[in-house]
Design a protein around this ligand. Structure first.
Ligand SMILES: [Cu+2]
Length: 113
């Protein structure tokens, strides 16, 4: 009885995993005063996970058009989910002062239909 319940549970988890495709993970490395990559190309309606890390100091990641922002703390991975819900080219930028050059620390998110 207990065993069959366990098996049923395992099968349900399997089905759920199959029904929901894994979201693409995009790693973005920040360093004074750039992001790598600094151009992201996404498809409308296909959410992605951004894994943000910094090679040197505390950085920010802000993509206001998609309501996404994060602190990128040295030694940690900041994970944010971005839902590209509109087509066009949008800017993301560092919103934590990180030195002279900070003002030009940005990149673009291009969303295609
Ligand atoms: Cu900065």
């Amino acid at each position: 009885m207990a065993l069959s319940g366990l098996l049923l549970g395992a099968a349900t988890i399997g089905l759920r995993a199959a029904a929901q495709p894994q979201e693409q993970v995009i790693k973005v490395l920040a360093r004074r005063f750039t992001y790598t990559p600094n151009k992201l190309t996404l498809k409308k309606g296909v959410p992605v996970i951004l894994e943000l890390t910094t090679a040197d100091v505390l950085m920010g990641f802000n993509a206001p058009d998609f309501g996404v922002r994060a602190d990128i703390i040295p030694g940690q991975v900041a994970r944010v989910r971005l839902v590209p819900d509109k087509v066009g080219t949008f800017t993301f930028f560092c919103d934590i002062f990180c030195g002279s050059g900070h003002e030009t620390m940005n990149g673009t998110i291009t969303v295609a239909a």
